[in-house]
Each structure stands twice: as C-alpha cells, then as structure tokens.
Design a protein around this ligand. Sequence first.
Ligand code: GSH
Length: 211
Amino acid sequence: MKLYSYFRSSAAYRVRIALNLKGIAYETAPVNLVKDGGHNYRPEYRTVNPQMRVPALVISTGEVLIQSPAIIEYLDETFPDPPFLPKDSLARARARALADIVACDIHPLNNTAPLRYLKREMHQEQSAIDAWYHHWVLAGFEALEALMRPGPYACGNVVTLADIFLVPQVNNARRLKVPLDKFPKIVAVDAACLALPAFDRARPENQPDAE
Ligand SMILES: N[C@@H](CCC(=O)N[C@@H](CS)C(=O)NCC(=O)O)C(=O)O
C-alpha cells in the first residue's frame, strides 16, 4: 500500500497508526502541505485525490481511498485483527462517539484550510486565530476528559478507534500550545498509547518527511 501523507497532518497520523496496528507494510508518499503554497494543490496530486487533502491510501488493486475515517473503517473490515471496535454494540457506539468528537467537532474547525480562510479571506489576526483554535480543542477535550473510562486506553484496557483519533489531536494541541493540565486522563491515555510501537512509529517526528 502507498500512503500519501504529511508528517504534521493529524488525519494522516490516524491512518499511520491504523496501518501499524494492523501490521500492514506501506510506503509513504510525502505531500508537503506548506511548501510552494502546498504540493497537494498540484495537478498530479489532484488526480490522486480530487479533494486535494491528505491522507490518501492506494491499496493493492490500485484504488485510492480518501478520508481517514473511511480508510480506517476499510482497514478494519479488511484486516480484522486486531479489531478497532469492541464486539458489544453499546461499547462500539461509545468508542465511535469519542473518535467523532475529534473527527467531526474538533479537527474540521482547526484544520489547515479553515484556519487559512480565517486569515486570508476573513482578515483575522494570528492571535484571534490562535484563540479560535484553543477554544475548539478545549471544548472537545472537556467532553472527552469526562467520557474517558478507567484506562490505560480511552475505552478501557484495549486500544480502540477512540485512541487512534485522540493521539494525533493531542499532538496538534501540544504543538499549538493548548494547555493540557485540566485533562489528566487524556494525557495519561496519550502516554499509554505512545508507549506502543504502532503509535510511536506513527509520530510526526518519526516520518521520512519530518522537518
Ligand atoms: N476529514 C479529512 C480531513 C483531511 C484533511 O483536511 N487533511 C488536511 C491535513 S490534516 C489537509 O490535507 N489539508 C490541506 C489543505 O487544506 O491545504 C480526513 O479525516 O481525512
């Protein structure tokens, strides 16, 4: 498989974790989202992913999958071991809900494209954009902290989808200097996950395109 990725992209980071957890070998095709206005806007990448975002995963048939939740679900359906969701329907709904707080309610508001829009089209100062960023992370993390089960992972003693989505968002929060002192459970879950080789190898600083 080939993963179009950018070391700092938290959406790509989720897929890197998922591939590592499943033990799937893959090659990284780096797409620099910053240089020259973003290599993701080049025509050759547009033919890979018309949405011009990372991640995109090329599977063995040559098909291209986009959108990290869809990619991770595909991997879980195709490579069932280890499963990303518990067997019980209620427990599955819980794990999905935690992942969705990140994927639907935090990340879309803090992603590169909307932040760039706030700056360029809405003419917002960097301080206002940083405040916006912090606000939505803090709101989401407050809910996540309240929903964490006794660990070591987000939903108990097995890694689930919730952890795959949480860890990259915590990395982003740290990089953007969001204070995490009010979230001891999130910090502990993050540390427990990063102690696992699958999570460690997926870290931004361990990627071939890390700067
Ligand atoms: N919902 C998408 C989000 C993908 C996304 O927006 N990726 C960002 C990086 S985290 C990106 O490629 N941004 C490029 C740009 O906006 O120019 C997913 O989960 O895959």
